[in-house]
Design a protein around this ligand. Structure first.
Ligand SMILES: [Zn+2]
Length: 484
């Protein structure tokens, strides 16, 4: 933190607006104050309440609702009066039950197995059959192989299937599941990619819809053994999974708002998903992001005088099943999105911070540059990346042409815990975590105070060009979140 640096240095913000030395000094003094409140604040204690106290928070589960209620009461305890739960409906509620599996022959052996998310239960006693390995998802080829698939358990050759990239392969995979069912497959084995038979939680479908067949996730080494045993002859397996599936289920986003002091109708949204997978306790995916949003709320509320524009805080549900909560919000609030000045999202873990992704927008990068250079460097947050992704909740806002920023951190070790039983409180580095929260708070305040909106909204064609260039258009169209 450097109070002196700002004085005498004009801060050039969007659209050529120049703040006087006095104004930029005031801005830096306030943002330094916000950061100080975060560094000395209770973020680790709050994170522990969420991760150890509530635990894993699968969308639509009682734990997720407990977490949402807990967040709402925290916001109120910060003195924020506008706090509400905004419900959206997912097609199915789902809770994990037991899973077991074994190779029956030729070499009997228990398998490391769990259900994929939103997979139905097997019939009592499980499914039992020979394994057929499928590497090519071409529809015609699959239909031509129907005799080899009927009555079998399909094992996906995931390295081959995902060779063209996950985003490209996913629509084909979803179509293939229906064919497997139509031709009489009993179920699907999805090999995990992780060493040591470690399992990564993930879905069988997009959008919290129950999959057409029971689908089991099986450890990497176990599935490699099955593949070797398949070389000389048939391999027979038995898999039994039992899950609780319910019908359409209401899920709550938590929304809080601090009304702006000068332009209350214009708003900046700061969001993170509160839901998590259930193997771990969702510490870095996305407890840390959630607490960052709450820390920004706590410290902005503590300022006494709200920033010029309003700030909305959003803790989403349904992210892991396809950004469902943030997408629902963009649809429910369509009529007022033109007043949304920017969206800041945080969901990449609490690694050493780097800065912001600007999702392919050069104009946004240029507009952010002075803020990054003058206010974020001291928190290691001045990098501005042009990478584009649709993997978290900035996505639905980006599709609406709103300037959307996603917090960028060092993710070198994120994969070790992401969606695993090891995503727990003890992996979080408090200093990196607090620096990330400080970057979000400082950026939010600077954008809220900026005389002009940070960057314009872009039109449908311009958004289309960005997502096409990033190779995302096909998947987004298939999942129904984008109409070309
Ligand atoms: Zn996440």
């Amino acid at each position: 933190m450097n109070l002196q640096r700002a004085f005498g240095l004009p801060l050039i913000l969007a659209f050529g607006v120049t703040l006087s030395g006095q104004q930029s000094g005031d801005l830096q003094q306030t943002t330094n104050g916000l950061a100080a409140l975060i560094y000395t604040g209770p973020s680790m204690k709050t994170l522990r309440e969420l991760t150890d106290g509530v635990g894993g928070r699968l969308t639509g589960s009682p734990a997720h609702q407990r977490a949402a209620d807990w967040v709402a009461s925290k916001f109120r305890s910060f003195g924020i009066t506008s706090v509400r739960l905004e419900a959206f409906t997912i097609p199915n509620g789902w809770q994990r039950g037991s899973a077991r599996g074994e190779i029956l022959g030729p070499t009997p052996r228990a398998l490391h197995v769990e259900s994929l998310g939103w997979t139905p239960s097997t019939p009592p006693g499980g499914i039992r059959g020979d394994v057929v390995l499928i590497a090519d998802l071409d529809m015609a080829k699959l239909k031509a192989q129907s005799d080899q698939i009927k009555g079998k358990i399909v094992m996906l050759d995931t390295p081959k299937i995902f060779a063209e990239g996950y985003v490209k392969a996913l629509p084909k995979l979803h179509a293939a599941y229906q064919i497997f069912k139509d031709v009489g497959a009993l179920g699907v084995i999805f090999p995990d990619r992780e060493l040591n038979n470690v399992l990564n939680a993930h879905d069988s479908s997009w959008g919290a819809k129950v999959s057409v067949l029971p689908m089991a996730q099986v450890g990497m080494e176990d599935t490699r053994l099955i593949r070797r045993l398949l070389e000389p002859g048939p391999v027979s397996v038995q898999i039994e999974v039992e899950n609780k599936v319910s019908g359409p289920t209401q899920v709550n986003n938590v929304i809080a708002e601090l009304r702006g002091s000068e332009r209350p109708d214009e708003w900046i949204l700061i969001g993170a998903h509160l839901d998590s997978w259930d193997f771990g306790t969702g510490a870095q995916d996305n407890g840390t992001g959630s607490i960052m949003v709450m820390e920004v709320a706590r410290t902005l509320a503590a300022l006494g005088k709200p920033p010029r524009r309003s700030i909305r805080f959003a803790l989403w549900g349904g992210e892991e099943q396809g950004l469902l909560g943030s997408y629902a919000y963009t649809q429910a609030h369509l009529a007022e999105l033109d007043k949304c000045v920017a969206v800041l999202n945080t969901d990449n873990g609490a690694g050493h911070p780097k800065g912001w992704k600007v999702e392919g927008r050069k104009d946004l990068r240029d507009a952010m540059q002075p803020i990054s250079d003058s206010l974020l460097k001291d928190f290691s947050g001045d990098d501005l990346s042009m990478d584009v992704s649709y993997d978290t909740d900035h996505g639905p806002f980006m599709l609406q042409g709103i300037p959307a920023l996603d917090l960028k951190v060092d993710m070198a070790h994120y994969g070790e815990i992401h969606h695993k039983s090891s995503d727990t409180f003890d992996k979080v580095d408090p200093v990196d975590f607090k620096a990330g929260a400080a970057i979000v708070a400082v950026t939010a305040y600077a954008i809220a105070q900026n005389p002009n909106p940070i960057a314009p909204h872009i039109d449908h064609a311009a958004v289309g060009a960005i997502i096409k260039k990033a190779g995302l258009d096909e998947l987004l169209t298939e999942i129904g979140q984008w109409k070309p």
